[in-house]
Ligand binder design. Structure first.
Ligand SMILES: Cc1ncc(COP(=O)(O)O)c(C=O)c1O
Length: 480
């Protein structure tokens, strides 16, 4: 066993950084400054603890953190060593930063700048913030801060009582889950990300068109991808799906069975059963994205693949649409075999999600505010949904068709083939109505020709104005 290096670390008791952080930062800066060569053995935990006059746990936490950053590697019974790969990357060859291709750069998020410009975001998938329980959430944050103060540490997998609440809630819907299987994530987007990272065979099948930023995530991770066509008016051609799945043999199928984004399509129970059979036959796992659950009346009763096929299905969902976008809390439900690697993938990505947010959210949920909020939200969204259908009926030319999803924040508007999408989008933009171009959600040539309408985000007056303007523009185009 090689001798360990001697470290000079000066701990400062009266700073905002605790001792773990100070030790971690001191060693990290020795490594990045080139003072600790690759393969150097760090002092054993008990030795450094003794030297510094602190507990072994504190040193162990610091070493864990360094390992999570990839700076050191613990080797069984031999000690903790400065990572070789890290040094190689630094000292031999500067890694080139890969600039993503323009097609891999997601469209900008709606933000306060766009609001101040008074633009109507017609395709926005969020819920109007005025319908969200901002004040109650504030109260829960204040209550947590008052009773326990800022949490000083975090659980990488997520605040346990919050995980228990989620597991209990899902079980009531027939979706098997325990707190040990739930991983709290930064929005459900991170659930997708860690599922990608943890996947050994980087080969995914998904819907065509797909959830746009999910598709970009897979492409950026250089996943091998296969698109399975989805048609919001005709349903799924499952024999074609089967042919593609049999040929491609992906390791994971990513689906949004309820209110698919961007088409708003919901799978029938029969379709879900057939997909479950295919998963058995071709031995792939399923990643089920239930983003639209709880959003309109009755949506909690939609069938779920996890309920149907058990824990071969990884299930993800999020509070960002239903409670507050900025909370960024989502979750992933795994199975006992996969949870350790999913948690490890989350750890290397972010170490953890802010505990204060998790604790305040738990406070909100355990006070029973969620169900009261959902009831009000669902009533308001039901009204917006029906209003949207009514306006479409009144103003759209006969050649336009739309889906009736009965839930989620969006529906799909299919346009006549003669309409040029980019010029329609530009014309609408010139009238301060922003429409998302969905063409990049498709694999290959799009088999649909339409746009998303976000009826949950836009207030009734704004939606009416935008749809009327859209209808007028379409009529003018069709008359040419
Ligand atoms: C289908 C779908 N899944 C996942 C996400 C990610 O959402 P979030 O990270 O806000 O939970 C979105 C966002 O719009 C989505 O549309």
């Amino acid at each position: 066993m090689p001798p360990y290096v001697r470290l000079h670390i000066r701990l400062l008791p009266h700073t905002s950084h605790n001792f773990e952080t100070q030790i971690c930062e001191a060693i990290a800066s020795e490594i990045s400054g080139g003072n600790l060569p690759q393969g150097s053995r760090l002092p054993p935990v008990r030795v450094l603890a003794h030297q510094l006059g602190i507990s072994k746990n504190t040193v162990q936490f610091a070493y864990d953190e360094l390992a999570a950053r990839g700076l050191v590697v613990p080797k069984n019974r031999q000690g903790v060593f400065v990572s070789e790969t890290f040094m190689t990357a630094r000292s031999e060859e500067k890694p080139k930063v890969q600039v993503p291709a323009p097609s891999l750069i997601p469209r900008p998020m709606p933000n306060s700048k766009m609001h101040s410009q008074d633009t109507i975001l017609l395709s926005n998938v969020f819920v109007d913030p005025d319908l969200l329980p901002n004040e109650q959430l504030n109260e829960c944050f204040r209550s947590v801060l008052k009773s326990t103060g800022l949490p000083s540490f975090y659980d990488t997998q997520g605040f346990y009582p919050l995980r228990e609440w989620i597991a209990e809630r899902l079980s009531q819907r027939g979706i098997s889950a325990t707190a040990e299987e739930v991983i709290i994530t930064t929005g459900s987007q991170q659930a997708l990300d860690i599922a990608c990272r943890a996947l050994q065979h980087k080969h995914i099948a998904t819907e065509n068109p797909a959830y746009h930023i999910g598709k970009i995530l897979f492409e950026m991770n250089q996943m091998q991808l296969v698109g399975l066509p989805i048609h919001p008016f005709k349903g799924l051609d499952l024999s074609l799906w089967e042919k593609r799945l049999a040929q491609a043999r992906p390791s994971l199928l990513y689906l949004t069975p309820n209110f698919q984004n961007p088409t708003g399509y919901s799978y029938s129970s029969q379709e879900l059963r057939k997909i479950a059979e295919m998963a058995e036959r071709y031995q792939f796992g399923i990643l089920e994205d239930d983003w639209g659950a709880d959003m309109l009346s009755f949506s909690e009763y939609r069938p779920s693949l996890r309920a149907l096929c058990g824990d071969n299905v990884l299930y993800l969902n999020s509070f960002t649409k239903k409670l507050l976008p900025s909370l960024r809390v989502g979750y992933l439900v795994g199975n006992r075999q996969m949870v350790p690697s999913l948690v490890a993938a989350k750890r290397v990505a972010t170490l953890g999600h802010p505990s204060l947010i998790e604790e305040a959210l738990f406070e909100f949920l355990s006070r029973g505010y969620y169900d009261t909020h959902l009831q009000k939200l669902q009533t308001a969204l039901d009204r917006r949904y029906h209003h949207c259908l009514q306006i479409l009926e009144q103003v759209m030319p006969d050649e336009v068709a739309w889906t009736t999803p009965g839930g989620s924040p969006i529906l799909w508007l299919e346009l006549p083939p003669s309409i040029d999408l980019p010029s329609l989008i530009a014309t609408m933009q010139s009238q301060r109505i922003n429409i998302t171009d969905t063409r990049s959600s498709f694999f290959g040539t799009p088999h649909l020709h339409g746009i998303k309408i976000g009826f949950a985000y836009n207030k009734e007056g704004a939606l009416e104005h935008a749809l009327q303007t859209l209808a007028n523009t379409l009529k003018q185009e069709l008359a040419r």
